[in-house]
Write a protein of this length. Sequence first.
Length: 401
Amino acid sequence: MAHINESYLELSGSYLFAHINRRVAAFRSVHPDADIIRLGIGDVTRPLVPAVIQAMHAAVEEMASAATFRGYGPEQGYEFLQEAILDGDYRPRNVKLDADEIFISDGSKCDVANIQEIFGADVKIAIADPVYPVYLDSNIMAGRSRNIVFLPGSAGNDFLPQIPEEKVDLIYLCSPNNPTGSVLDRAALTRWVEYARENRAIILFDSAYSAYIRDETLPRSIYEIPGAREVAIEFKSFSKSASFTGVRCAYTIIPKELNGFDGNGNPHSLHTLWNRRQTTKFNGTSYIVQRAAEAACRGEGRLQNQAVVDYYMGNADIIRTGLERAGHTVYGGKNAPYIWWKLPSGLDSMKFFDTLLEKCRVVGTPGVGFGSCGEGYFRLTAFGDRERTREAVERIVAAGW
Ligand code: MLT
């Protein structure tokens, strides 16, 4: 008999955004002509920038000739991209990393979901609430549903995860946070790094939205914090910083001095374990995509993408100020592309999803989808088209909640 992994039965019925898509499709089947504005899933809408397109075309041409054609590449990614990432994101901030500490992949979602494989089944895991649901779901799948320590976020603690009383071994930090838009400052991140050092814990730092940080005093990488190399893995993505949600490219950094421990307390290199995992289960990101990502890191490509990020942050301003002027309480949207809207008191976020769609033809994401502490809140994304975003806000304000 083919037994299933029964941990899957402990998951909620469907993945958050699959659930949302189904509800929108159901609505559309009843209202085929409805003019729906989608501010739900954080998917980018601006096209790839010219420098990236040019690099992709050039890479396609290389693939057309036997002399420059590429087959399997290194599972860890090409050095040209690792170097470009260092030039773009790390050297300007005086963060020292070796190129081969960067593992290129086809997305941060896969990396943050897969990284738990290299840790023991019994590790205690701290996960913020609310937060990107993949951390929790992937650990439930791996049989760790009883090993989770939630770090409750609320307006009272600025939606920032606080160090728990119970000792934990793995800590997922998402900064800027999806969905609340809160960002861990240097002092808060330093406290986490110190905690991890004292407790032989590892921080899994998801910084997929770091390109949206506008406050220059805020850290964009955990490696800006002294000592972080010995306790942190960092995940970054080209999805939201370079319009790559459909192109697929991201990277995970594992410094070579970062160790996990066996049952006898002996240290083992996590870089080695992840490399073993990737070389066995992953065949690398496509050459064309890596050339495109390289172009996004430096020079014109970087500037062009910065303009796209600014465009989305203009949308964030429109949503934030529009709702505030109408008397609503909102968080985020200043250093992140998400606006975290406190629903008028007593409104259930799942029910509000339907009401908003029905009344305003606007799609958002119910806060409870990011954890129980998200109940009573609603996430709107700034990744839409400017005029449509403006219109969505007008519709919401006109609805008069
Ligand atoms: C979101 O809407 O939270 C993100 O788009 C999900 C993701 O990046 O996978």
